[in-house]
Design a protein around this ligand. Structure first.
Ligand code: LMR
Length: 394
């Protein structure tokens, strides 16, 4: 029976990481998987998280189960972080999940349970694991135009045009901020126009927010999710703590189901708990507990927010350096978009053969679609990358 298994297509982000690790060159540069790295190339445990961890070691007296939807205190702090007072708290059902990926997976299953015929519209491009999970679950997905290869910004007209194909009950997957893989984002007036289309068509938004605090700031990055949640009858939000709390391996995320119909909350909450029980039973607790402690303690929260802000400003600085260096070397402004993009990623827009040459000839690893992790750079490697891009004909 096991012999019937067929090989599955490798995840291109993780496959690139393997190639990088196997490359013996000592000056190689990893711009692949979305993990924050400081100027020394390290992914440190954030100060406030470390302090909370010490406190937890003293305080925690049991490792017994919590509840199927996780600790309600974790849901509360995360709902507050993402939605603030955009919606009435009594309209939000929520369940902790293993990371943001777990939240997406549970969200898609939730959609399938509620409306087996729903199609999920996804940006073209989107994070490859979105479509991989949708395929795995047998959920039809439909791409909508998003990235303009000419301007490297959002093809907003194309996007609106494609969203007009939505039918009532379809779901639209939207990146709350810091679009992965492109780095190109909608402004708030564009978000409002998207909301208008969704409401006109009776479609349901599902927002994946995995990089809150990495783009324009903690509040600014949540503005779109808040606008959407406040303006539609129902929405789903998949939030991740992996990046903004730096707790990748703790697998900490939250799926929220918001319904303006207060009587729906109970059924939504029960369904989220049921889905957790079917897939993994109780969600991981350690990371969720650390996040709760950090967000509940004013000093830890302030320290976390200021470290996150340092991380954000560091990435913005690298964007500006890279755009400036490319302007100097190319004598043109054609890479100016790098400073406009937000978050961890930018899609450079170079063709796959150039991406391959960057890897083979220069030891620079970015995803084949030319997505690069800005946080993989430092002041020195920015120069190396800029020269290499020009060298391969970019
Ligand atoms: C990424 O896009 O690189 C991250 O979200 C990490 C992952 O799991 O793919």
């Amino acid at each position: 029976m096991l012999g019937n298994l067929k090989p599955q297509p490798p995840d291109k982000i993780l496959a690139l990481g393997k190639l990088f690790r196997e490359d013996p060159r000592t000056d190689k540069i990893d711009l692949g998987v979305g993990v924050y790295k400081n100027a020394e190339g390290l992914t440190p445990v954030m100060r406030a998280v470390k302090t909370a961890e010490k406190q937890l070691w003293e305080l925690e007296s049991t490792k017994s189960y919590v509840s199927l939807a996780g600790d309600p205190a974790f849901s509360d702090v995360m709902i507050d972080l993402v939605l603030s007072d955009a919606v009435d708290r009594s309209t939000v059902a929520a369940a902790a999940t293993p990371g943001g990926t777990g939240a997406c997976r549970q969200g898609f299953e939730f959609v399938k349970m509620a409306n087996p015929g729903a199609r999920v519209f996804v940006s073209n491009p989107t994070w490859p694991n979105h479509t991989s999970i949708l395929n795995y679950l047998g959920i039809e997905h439909v791409p909508y135009r998003y990235f303009d290869p000419e301007t490297r910004g959002v093809d907003f007209e194309g996007m609106l045009e494609d969203l007009k194909g939505l039918k009532a009950g379809d779901v639209v997957l939207l990146h709350g901020c810091c679009h992965n893989p492109t780095g190109a984002n909608l402004n708030l007036s564009q978000w409002q126009l998207v909301v208008d289309v969704l409401n006109a068509r009776g479609a349901i938004p599902m927002i994946d927010i995995a990089y809150q605090g990495f783009g324009d700031g903690l509040e600014e990055d949540a503005a779109a999710a808040r606008l959407v949640a406040a303006s539609v009858p129902e929405c789903l939000i998949a939030a991740s703590c992996s990046k903004n709390f730096g707790i990748y391996r703790e697998r900490t995320g939250l799926l929220m189901a918001v319904s303006s119909e207060p009587s729906s909350r109970g059924l939504n909450q029960d369904t989220l708990a049921f889905l957790n029980r079917q897939n993994f039973s109780f969600p991981p607790d350690h990371g969720a507990r650390l996040v709760t402690m950090v967000l509940q303690d004013p000093d830890l929260r302030a320290d976390w927010a200021s470290e996150l802000e340092e991380v954000r400003l560091g990435m913005l600085g690298l964007r500006e350096q890279l755009a400036g260096e490319l302007q100097r070397l190319s004598g043109s402004d054609r890479y100016g978009f790098l400073a406009q993009h937000r978050g961890m990623f930018s899609r450079l827009g170079t063709p796959p053969d150039m991406v391959e040459r960057l890897r083979v000839e220069h030891g620079i690893y970015m995803i084949g679609d030319s997505r690069m992790n800005i946080a993989g750079l430092n002041a020195r490697s920015v120069q190396v990358l800029a020269k290499a891009i020009i060298d391969v004909g970019g």
